[in-house]
Design a protein around this ligand. Structure first.
Ligand code: TYD
Length: 210
């Protein structure tokens, strides 16, 4: 089973994924935690370029770097893990491209879907958790985290965008979630424990099917 976690900056995807993977392990599932950008060896190089606040990257160039990351990630990491029967949990995937490059940067949605299909070999998640919360709260959390970890320059390119950008991102996610039944919207403005309990209740019946 291929599960993705999506949401704006500071939604708590990392914590939710950590708990979910520990719980899946206890259920006897072999899980593989991964992320975009940066799930593969080439992807880690691309990640450093993509998130560096000093880089000025044109929207089209940004798109192709994310797609290059995805092409490697799918073929070198995700598909082999799924073929071994593992449950793959990815911190961001295709929906991030549709939302950030589409709703955020204003690139054409139909073109994005065609290119994402090509880059991923038409691999879409079985299930997507959208960790939803107001951008004001998310940005505050993300900036505090980057500051505490000294990552403002290295990881701060998107955190530096204005509130209007992040509002478009949230609306974009909610629009996608309304279109695709694989989405589950989780209220991420609560404690990590409450967020995880929602995720567990959704996964419990599903892991019997996969
Ligand atoms: P990351 O550190 O993974 O996100 P977070 O701050 O939520 O932990 O940074 C990834 C950034 O890249 C994030 O701001 C969203 C952006 N992104 C895109 O614009 N397009 C994409 O296709 C992907 C995968 C990520």
């Amino acid at each position: 089973m291929f599960i993705t976690f999506e949401g704006i900056e500071g939604a708590g995807k990392g914590t939710a994924m950590e708990r979910t993977s520990q719980w899946l392990d206890r259920q006897g599932r072999r899980t593989r935690l991964t992320r975009e950008p940066g799930g593969s060896a080439l992807g880690r190089e691309l990640r450093a370029l993509l998130l560096d606040r000093e880089q000025s990257i044109e929207p089209e160039a940004e798109l192709f770097l994310y797609l290059a990351d995805r092409a490697q990630h799918v073929r070198q990491i995700i598909r082999p893990a799924l073929a071994r029967g593992e449950t793959v949990l990815s911190d961001r995937y295709a929906d991030s491209t549709l939302v950030y490059q589409g709703y955020g940067r204003g690139l054409d949605m139909a073109a994005l879907i065609t290119l994402q299909t090509l880059a991923s070999g038409d691999l879409w998640p079985d299930l997507t958790f959208l960790l939803d919360l107001p951008p004001e709260t998310g940005l505050e959390r993300a900036r505090a985290r980057n500051k505490a970890l000294g990552l403002e320059r290295r990881e701060g390119r998107f955190e530096a965008e204005d509130l209007a950008f992040h509002r478009r991102i949230r609306q974009g996610y909610l629009a996608l979630a309304a279109q695709h039944p694989r989405f589950r919207i989780i209220d991420a403005g609560r404690s990590p424990e409450a967020v995880f309990q929602d995720i567990r209740l959704i996964l419990e019946p599903l892991i019997l099917l996969y």
